[in-house]
Design a protein around this ligand. Sequence first.
Ligand SMILES: [Fe+2]
Length: 484
Amino acid sequence: MAMPASPTSTKSGASPIKPFTIKTTQTEVGTQSLLAVLSGLVGASEKLEAENLRPGGRLDVLSRQIDQGQWRPVTNCAMWSHFIVLGTPFFNLFAGVVQSSELITHCTRSYHTLPSKSYHIMLRTYRGPCDRRASGRSARDERERPSLSQGKDNTMATFYDDWLAAGERIQEEFRRSPMIAHDRNIPWVRTRQDAKVKLMVANELGFPTMGGCVLKAEIPVGWHTGRHVHGEESLHILRGRGFSVIHDQRFDWHTGSTLQIPYRAEHQHFNTGDEPALYLSAMCLPLELFVKLGSLEQREDCGPNDSAVLAAIPEQESQFLKDGRRAVIHLEQAPTDQSYHPHRHLAAVQQQHETVRYLVVPANGFKATSVAMTFMFEDPPYHHSGRHKHLEAMIYILEGEGYSEVQGRDEHWEAGDLLHVPPAMYEHEHYNDSPHVCRQLRIQFGIRYWFTDIWPEGYTAQRIYDNAGQPITAGAIQRERNPA
Ligand SMILES: [Fe+2]
């Protein structure tokens, strides 16, 4: 979380040093009430209140933008990018932070489109050394008026009070956040990299991730994506035929292929088939940005293929990069033997699905670290998964329809949707309650295992048992879970 630093001096150098103070207010409101809440908090400074509430002022404009379904965030705040910071010209005086309770269905660099007029508001007021000067309030006014940020015992609240409240705030975020990205609700956008792309799960969309993100993109017939460089990426071809160039090596793919792009490896994808190519991509760019290692370098934009360029690209020689790492596996090559499971010794991974196909796992020659599309699950009609709990995972629905029960919440999904299991050790179970086969793609983010290593007794995946002490394993939905 972005913690305000303790200032060491004011700009004029004349005022006494005062630490930043913090107040957090949480509520759930509609648009008009949102305006009132913002007004109340900004009202901590009469001068700012007048500035923001006048017709055409900041809050007036904000309210109209929300009513029109569009919201222009004033700035971004990295790892907390699903929060929108307001009032940045007065950042050291006031910053209102707002989190949507609904899935934000469209995101570009500067616009968010919100699907409903109900917002979960978490506003945090920062009051720093300049607030008295900017508000015109005297030192005596400050003494006579109780501070917004005074602690319970009338002492000044500090960063430590904020830390004390952080755990419950995160749990509340888990309870309120969306778990499903519904494909049908997310519009396509165009970027320099992709002619059609939709960000599905990311922090800025309200999902409390551990720093990963997942997007879906389409390469038109006869087109290529942009050519760029960033962190590690795992990629699954949902439909189509073509090839990728990774580190100057060509790797062919078709529907069902999974590719692993190493950290900082230049890459580009070419559609050479007769239909649009659709792919799912998972990366850790938000985490990399948070730790100040993020970088995205665009070296060529997406566009139509040049036949001369295509002809000059050598044929594929191997499914492995020259350094020995595997780059691609086709679904028909994927083994189903559980000996390929990297955590096969854990009870929590036993009997979880009817069939598991192993994709980007070490036993297949991959060396994924921060992100990997590890498995494909296949379950017959009217079949449920085993029940277990673990830190974060994401499940993309390739085929079928059903729902997942996650810590008491039933989340319906269908082909094209993406389930985010939050890093909350929530018990969960997946139900294919349809007459069709269900196929799911499981996405793993390596930061989960970094924390599991730190606290294995708390974060290791655990199998769930019923009241009779029997493990809840995959099987027909009609089973009796809790016999009398
Ligand atoms: Fe799971």
